[in-house]
Design a protein around this ligand. Structure first.
Ligand code: GLN
Length: 385
């Protein structure tokens, strides 16, 4: 089609196709082992699949309620009470979304106005900044401090201004695998008290946490919970990233604003899956054992690459492991990630893409949500370098 000239002034002029799409396509093209985009390469439980099937056959194939199925919202409320001793009302404080990304976009859209500042920590998951910018908001970037990627709270205090509308946190953290501590939460509580700052807490890897660490949800801290949107993902918990199902929790006044946007963004999300997950969530072991399940994979991956030239700080959570390739090459991480895919047959994600200024620490992100066989094959290739 010929392009009609001069009509497009991009609202996101600097944004290209996401790195996940690019690297997965490159992995396919070169038949490389794909440890780039974060998704499990093993199946979800057959029982969950049968449940979806059952509800489809039973005729639950029309719109769900806008805010999500009541039975699912009730199951979530019960889970939050059990895990974090916090009570969210299924009626007014829980909404089912089309994945974590939609929940994040909706919360940002509902809150951020022209000129508002939003603090985000880098490396940052790539959907935060564009959502802020589309609302006319201004992302204010703070770097996490390597090698363990912790937050410097003094720096946070320094950058908070009258215009700060929101702080976005992410624990366990994608892409670094860092985990926020109780001390971090206390700091956040102190810094935001007596302000109107809203928190958006991306906790999609809540169960994927290792070495005896406990997930510190903002919901556990009443002074934080009262100003927070908390985002979760069924995709991460049930190995179903392609189903694009998640949810958001917030106090009623914030959730009212969230739903004002949600109803015109998607209106509602997949009905049979909501029925199936509501029933499947009764099996608590499935999520309670997820940390141990993935710790085994992290440990296996790390043990397998021990003999390689890559160095690392073991991830404390998430299903990503950063590897430092400084001993192998001085190339830019974006170039090295491409070469590693083409020449060595392993696809990863260069860490610099998660920085607005493309800060290159010579780190690549590898997803270990893979079968043992895939991890072994990938490690063999990485060790041969
Ligand atoms: N969350 C996944 C990751 O970090 C990818 C999501 C996506 O492809 N948009 O790799």
């Amino acid at each position: 089609m010929p392009n009609f000239p001069n009509v497009i002034k991009s609202k996101l002029p600097k944004v290209g196709t996401t790195i996940f799409t690019i690297m997965s396509a490159l992995a396919n093209e070169h038949k490389a082992i794909n440890l780039s985009q974060g998704f499990p390469n093993f199946e979800t439980s057959p029982e969950l699949i049968s449940l979806v099937n059952k509800f489809m056959k039973k005729g639950f194939n029309q719109y769900a309620p806008m805010q999500g199925l009541l039975s699912l919202r009730e199951a979530i409320a019960e889970k939050m009470l059990g895990l974090y001793s916090v009570s969210y009302s299924p009626d007014t404080e829980i909404t089912i979304t089309a994945g974590g990304t939609q929940a994040i976009y909706t919360a940002i859209t509902a809150m951020v106005k022209e000129g508002d500042e939003v603090i985000i920590f880098e490396p940052a998951y790539d959907c935060y900044a564009p959502a802020i910018e589309l609302q006319g908001g201004i992302p204010v970037y703070i770097s996490l401090k390597s090698p363990d990627f912790h937050i410097d709270w003094e720096e946070v205090k320094r950058v908070i201004s009258q215009k700060t509308k929101m702080i976005i946190i992410n624990t366990p953290h994608n892409p670094t695998g860092a985990v926020m501590t109780a001390a971090d939460m206390k700091q956040l509580e102190k810094i935001t008290s007596n302000t109107d700052i809203v928190i958006l807490s991306d906790e999609v890897y809540e169960h994927i946490i290792f070495d005896g660490l406990k997930h510190e949800s903002v919901s556990k801290y009443p002074k934080l919970a009262e100003r927070s949107f908390v985002v979760y993902s069924f995709g991460k918990t049930y190995h179903t990233t392609g189903w694009k199902m998640g949810y958001c929790l917030a106090p009623a006044n914030l959730m009212t604003e969230f739903r004002r946007v949600h109803q015109f963004l998607v209106f509602c999300v997949n009905t049979p899956i909501q029925h199936a997950v509501a029933e499947y969530m009764k099996n608590k072991d499935e999520y309670l054992n997820l940390g141990a399940f993935y710790q085994e994979k992290r440990d296996r991956f790390i043990a397998l690459i021990k003999g390689s030239k890559f160095t690392y700080v073991p991830a404390s959570g998430s299903y990503f492991q950063l590897l430092d390739y400084s001993k192998i090459s001085k190339e830019k991480d974006t170039e090295y990630a491409i070469r590693l895919t083409k020449e060595n047959g392993v696809a990863s994600v260069p860490n610099s893409v998660f920085y607005h200024n493309r800060l290159d620490l010579h780190l690549l992100r590898f997803c270990f949500a893979k079968t043992d066989e895939t991890l072994e094959q990938a490690a063999e290739k990485l060790c041969a370098i």
